[in-house]
Ligand binder design. Structure first.
Ligand code: FA5
Length: 347
């Protein structure tokens, strides 16, 4: 019987060497230690042996059992490591290897649709003699509000929910109209410029609202500028962008920095004016608030309102993009999804 246990030990050691994977190992373990396994069948044959024999062989069989368990565990660790290494070798990539296609972010993906339209508008206004200005995202209270005829106590401050810095003097600009304020400070009339950029409002998002979105400001200051000039530039802009007639409506709008002020809405091109989540079932999308620059704003910018006047507008770029491409939710524009961006024609 002792010999049988000795033979079983050798048989196990030999079988263990030939095991190639984890399922073979599990089977081997069952074959030796399972209920109907080889060790148990030896032990069963001991039932009629004397107590001394049972005692001595019982000890030996326990030792064998422990040796089998230890062997299985060691082999299992070895097999697991080999599997991991094999997987790594199969998926190995030389990260320093230079690919045959170089993607500079434009060939495969293209410009973001907001950039495409922004550049088109910049070209339209450059061709009409406008300058392109930039301004800081972090603004001061003066340029975002005060210089635009919105003093500290003015209720219009609540029209735009502001992200303030802890000093309560600086903020993330809520509109590109601050570019007007800064542009006037460094120019003598006549002048005309546009100022595109990102703006920020502490607002809940929905199909047509984002907390960070894009506007494009425009301003023209000179002598005898009229609402007719303003409407001419707005119409030129829209017909160039859409390359077709679009239905617009002009209605009175209140902004402290213009007088009179207007809201130029475009008929919703997502639903054709029938009503949808983008136009909030109204059939119209607020796109282009505008108006004649308020004399107080001209004064703050160092321009004499007795001699000069002008118009200003603040285009909602994201909504314009949505209308042109038929995008039914503004959040697609900020999703960071490259497959979404790659649908749009590069500039
Ligand atoms: C303004 O921001 C004014 N500064 C515009 C202006 C400039 C008026 C010059 C007169 C003269 P308003 O808050 O309405 O106005 O925003 C302008 C446009 O930005 C809106 O018509 C809309 O197209 C877009 N817009 C406003 N809020 C959001 C938002 N949360 N998400 C996306 N687009 C928005």
């Amino acid at each position: 019987m002792k010999q049988n246990l000795e033979d079983l030990k050798n048989e196990f050691a030999h079988a263990l060497e030939t095991v190639k994977n984890r399922s073979e190992l599990v089977n081997l373990k069952a074959d030796f230690l399972g209920k109907k396994g080889k060790l148990n069948s030896i032990l069963k044959s001991l039932k009629d042996a004397s107590p001394e024999v049972k005692k001595s062989l019982g000890m030996k069989s326990n030792q064998l059992k422990e040796a089998v368990l230890a062997g299985v565990e060691k082999k299992m660790t070895h097999l697991e490591l080999s599997e991991i290494n094999e997987g790594l070798m199969k998926n190995w990539q030389d990260v320093s290897f230079r690919g045959s296609v170089r993607d500079n972010g434009l060939s495969a993906v293209g410009y973001h649709p907001v950039s495409i339209i922004q550049r088109e508008i910049e070209d339209i206004f450059l061709s009409m003699g406008f300058e392109i200005l930039d301004g800081p995202h972090i603004e001061d209270d003066y340029h975002n509000f005060e210089a635009l005829n919105i003093p500290d106590t003015h209720p219009a401050r609540d029209m735009q929910d502001t992200f303030w810095f802890s000093d309560m003097q600086h903020l993330l600009r809520t509109h590109t109209s601050c570019i007007q304020a800064r542009g006037m400070e460094t120019r003598k009339p006549p002048f005309k410029f546009i100022g595109p950029g990102k703006v920020f409002r502490c607002e809940a998002t929905d199909a047509s609202h984002e907390a960070a979105f894009h506007q494009l400001e425009g301003m023209m200051v000179g002598k005898d500028i009229s609402v007719a000039n303003l409407i001419y530039f707005m119409k030129t802009l829209l017909s160039e962008i859409f390359q077709k007639e679009v239905n617009v409506r002009l209605r009175p709008g209140f902004f402290p920095f213009v007088e009179p002020g207007f809201e130029l809405d475009i008929e919703c091109l997502i639903c054709g004016g029938k009503g949808c989540s983008v136009c909030k079932q109204s059939g119209w999308v607020e796109l282009l608030p505008c108006g004649m620059v308020h004399p107080n704003v001209l004064k703050s910018g160092g321009v004499d309102p007795e001699e000069y006047n002008g118009f200003a507008f603040g285009l909602g770029l994201d909504r314009l993009v949505m209308m042109r491409y038929g995008i039914d939710d503004i959040r697609h524009l900020h999703s960071g999804n490259l497959s979404f961006v790659s649908q749009f024609k590069a500039y």
